[in-house]
Write a protein that binds this ligand. Sequence first.
Ligand code: FES
Length: 248
Amino acid sequence: MIIYINDKPCEAETGSLLLHAAQHNNAHIGCICGGNGICQSCFVYVKEGAELLSPPSEEEKAFISDKLFQEGGRLACQTVITGEGTIRVLTRAENLRRIVLGLNVPGFITYAQTIGYNVVTKLPNGAANLVSRVREGRLNPVDSIGKIGGGLRYGAGLAVHTVMETLPVLQAPVSLVSGVLQGPVSFISGALQAPVSLISGAASGIVNAASGLLCTISGGRITLPGTTCQSGTAQQTKAVENVTITVK
Ligand code: FES
């Protein structure tokens, strides 16, 4: 079937992610976190055919405000094409590109306000969603860094493709630069693996410590997502048992 991404006809199949359809057609879309539903760089505005797409995932509900949902906002890495028909989407990357190239100052201010509102209103939910996914083993921080490397490679490739499509005369120099950049990008991606493992372990320890502290202070009433509060309750019970009352 044909869907329209940034007003360009693109080949797509039912059952595939909007993100993959966009990538296979070299559409201007971001994918920094590699499809983990974290970075929101794959954000799209669905202009037509929302009923032909899967319902919003938990990750989308955690990160996208009601206001943006009303504007047709979705994360392409979480959205599956479920039916045949006319689908039109505008990627955030392309939307921003059009605003900047058109020197659309009012448009940019509105855009910045909308994004700012979304960040402020959804930051706690988004953070809780991330903590809960890490704790439940549904999101591996080390694996995510590897995917970021893949996302950067796709971004670099897309940039090269866009330049060559726009300015064929630059084809040779751009290919050269692209080849030279492949090595450093792969090296950086690999070099990040070990430090990230360490950070991941340390972050896990910090989350556990913070959870235990909250649990103790609140007497078992406050917990971080994905944690239990049994130790806090036990400590609280023990402390009460040790109180001595003397009558004079
Ligand atoms: S949220 Fe990062 S690629 Fe979709």
